[in-house]
Write a protein of this length. Structure first.
Length: 220
């Protein structure tokens, strides 16, 4: 529950979180009771989460034999600036290859997605962005088994937020993760340090269960 509360930076959502927690505890902590709160914070419908869990299980099973296309990293040195870093995609591929000898290739063209407004609710941004990448992939066959998209927001060379997405060849989301100062503090350097965090966490998460990565009803 703490992870969800941290993403709610608006006062009204914080109050809603406290009230919902009290109700859930009163009746035994039922996930279904917390579901409206998760949806209010930006979590997708349970049916979508179930599809993600299936895709994640397939990713765990088939990654070593797969071709992974690493997309250029969306780099945002400010909230109003966006650029694509092919060198950072190459860095992700190199670091990942040290862990699993999967075939990796860096995409020659940046993803065909337009910027999404980054709000204080990072969870909502994560899922809105997940849909944007999915729609793009569904309209443009990827030619790879999995597609890895990463975004990094920074300020003065220090990382503010990171979003990570992995999709299967059909554009189905198989993995996603957000990072912010709650995870890495205020002194994470952009570039290699942040890329190593992304890769390390991704492969650590691949040891977890689908229900841990995509909790039922968005509560976990």
């Amino acid at each position: 529950m703490k992870a969800w509360v941290k993403t709610a930076t608006y006062g009204g959502l914080g109050i809603l979180a406290i009230l919902a927690l009290g109700i859930a505890l009163a009746i035994g902590g039922c996930r279904e009771v917390m579901y409206p709160l998760a949806r209010a914070l930006g979590s997708p419908p349970e049916a979508d989460l179930a599809a993600c869990r299936t895709a994640f299980a397939n990713l765990k099973a088939h990654l070593p034999q797969s071709l992974v296309r690493v997309e250029p990293v969306q780099y945002a040195p400010s909230f109003n600036a966006r650029q694509w870093r092919y060198d950072w995609a190459e860095g992700l591929a190199r670091e990942a290859h040290l862990r699993v000898s999967t075939r990796y290739e860096v995409a020659p063209i940046a993803p065909g997605v337009v910027p999404t407004r980054f709000s204080r609710n990072q969870l909502r941004y994560l899922w809105e962005r997940a849909i944007a990448y999915s729609n793009w992939l569904k309209s443009s066959p990827p030619g790879a088994d999995y597609i890895w998209c990463t975004e990094m927001f920074t300020q003065d060379g220090k990382v503010i937020a990171i979003q990570v997405f992995v999709y299967d060849a059909k554009g189905q989301l198989a993995y996603c993760r957000l990072f912010n100062s709650h995870h890495f503090g205020k002194d994470l350097n952009e570039g290699d340090d942040a890329l190593k965090l992304v890769v390390r966490t991704l492969f650590d998460d691949l040891k977890r269960t689908p229900e841990q990565i995509f909790p039922p009803y968005g509560i976990g």
